[in-house]
Design a binder for this molecule. Structure first.
Ligand code: FES
Ligand SMILES: [Fe+2]
Length: 468
């Protein structure tokens, strides 16, 4: 489907918005499977899911399933999750360990080593007139690349170069030491929305005052109870965010106009208490990015003088790095480009978001439902670097059964998740033909759709067709 007449109006990416059919039409979701998920580099696992030889984890996307296997300390293999005999899935799903480091099919007991070589076929002479080749019964591999603690896979037989794919964000990710971060917790949340609706709710800071009023109380007060003016809007904290759209659909936003700590001290009272209270909102709200040990470090500054030329934020960073050095805990380089990303986000096309802070990162991954464009699974990985003396735990996923249950989902993501199914319902409304996007703060959304259109072979938009 590559010409204009076969590309419905409801599937168009516009210059200032997105047509609603891209989020609701089952035919569009099918096209995404055919042309995007089948060819794009995507994260199948964190290495923390398979720390020991013989460990496996299962990755599912649409009707495809792969197993990611730890062969030895330096080797990972990714196989299609299927027995070459009669197609039984070799992993039932989730994470596990292959007993004795042998992969054995539960149906007739064919067996492979971790490298995918067949070691046993019961009554082998019965097959192919006794001429069954090892290559006939080897496990089928999927292309993979290990990068920054992720296992990226690509189903294409001749995938595009991973290096070229990741190049626009590689330096940023490398600087943040994402590869040295390990599992703290990981939750999967089924959501009644299209995967793109869910992830685009995390693509900007523009939603913060209305959705998370506790994080921007001044702006929220003006939005809900006051008379916003251009002048007050200028002072809103989320306005300090700079958004970049990169090639290959990637992007980022960051607090480019201020240091990440600026603004945290403007609350009244003792500045250390105010900063600790501010960061604690993130600990209690998300238990990710900022963790309780970080707040303890802020509190340890209480009563200490701030040297001439420094600031509370600067002293916090110093104390954080001193503590990490004592614990031999790996940290990102404390250079301005890295510190400036704290509290920001890197988006790796098509569905991975990395939100770094100090030696921690919150990571989101969103996957579409296999058949229903109104459903997806939203995953949150809370990761951090660990002191040298601590062995990070194996990553195990917890499935959330109700995204509005406060015992399962903390307040900040719950605020976001409250909006998402409402957007999906709205996109089905006869009153909604398209959504509108802010040209700066929501540009990562547009950039992502434009890259998707390249994968989907969408007709090139002419300037007339693109305007709304
Ligand atoms: S289906 Fe796997 S051994 Fe028969
Ligand atoms: Fe949010």
């Amino acid at each position: 489907m590559s010409n204009e007449t076969q590309w419905p109006d409801s599937w168009k990416t516009l210059s200032h918005g997105i047509r609603s059919g891209r989020y609701t039409d089952p035919a569009f979701a099918k096209l995404e499977y055919e042309k995007l998920w089948s060819r794009v580099w995507q994260t199948a696992a964190r290495l923390d899911e398979i720390p020991n030889k013989g460990d496996y984890t299962t990755y599912e996307i649409g009707d495809q399933s792969v197993i990611v296997v730890r062969v030895d300390a330096d080797t990972i293999k990714v196989y299609h999750n299927v027995c070459p005999h009669r197609a039984t899935a070799l992993s039932p799903g989730g994470t596990g360990h292959f007993h004795n480091c042998k992969i054995i099919c539960p149906f007739h007991g064919w067996r492979w080593n971790l490298s995918g070589r067949n070691e046993y076929v019961l009554e082998r002479g019965e097959f192919k007139d006794g001429k069954l080749l090892d290559s006939d019964v080897a496990l089928r591999e999927v292309h993979h690349v290990i990068y920054a603690g992720f296992v990226f896979i690509n189903f294409d037989r001749n995938p595009i170069s991973f290096d070229e794919f990741i190049a626009p964000v590689r330096e940023l990710i490398d600087g943040l030491a994402i590869g040295e971060m390990h599992h703290y917790w990981w939750k999967a949340i089924p959501i009644a929305s299209n995967w793109k609706v869910a992830q685009e709710a995390f693509f900007e800071g523009y939603h913060v005052p209305a959705t998370h009023p506790q994080l921007e109380p001044d702006a929220a007060e003006i939005i809900f109870n006051g008379e916003p003016t251009a002048e007050t809007e200028e002072s809103f904290a989320h306005n300090n965010v700079i958004t970049d759209a990169f090639p290959n659909g990637h992007g980022r936003f960051y607090a480019g106009k201020k240091t990440p700590m600026a603004g945290h001290t403007k609350l009244g009272g003792d500045p250390v208490d105010a900063m600790a209270a501010r960061l604690n909102l993130l600990v209690e709200g998300m238990d990710a990015m900022v963790l309780k040990e970080d707040v303890e470090i802020v509190r340890s500054l209480k009563g200490k003088p701030i040297p001439e030329g420094s600031s509370l934020g600067g002293e916090y960073v110093k104390a954080l790095y001193t503590t990490a050095a004592m614990q031999k805990r790996p940290m990102p380089k404390p250079v301005p480009e890295v510190l400036g990303m704290w509290g920001g986000e890197i988006f790796v096309f098509p569905n991975l978001m990395i939100l770094p802070h100090a030696g921690n990162a919150m990571i989101y991954r969103v996957r579409p439902d296999a058949t229903n464009p109104d459903h997806c699974v939203f995953e949150i990985f809370s990761t951090k670097t660990y002191p040298a003396a601590v062995t990070p735990p194996r990553a195990e996923m917890q499935l959330v059964t109700d995204e509005m249950d406060p015992t399962q989902v903390l307040p900040i993501p719950r605020q976001d998740l409250g909006n998402i199914p409402r957007m999906q319902r709205g996109l089905h409304s006869k009153g909604c033909k398209q959504i509108w996007l802010a040209s700066e703060q929501e540009k990562m959304i547009l950039n992502m759709h434009q890259e998707m259109d390249r994968y989907l072979d969408a007709p090139k938009v002419t300037s007339g067709a693109a305007s709304v």
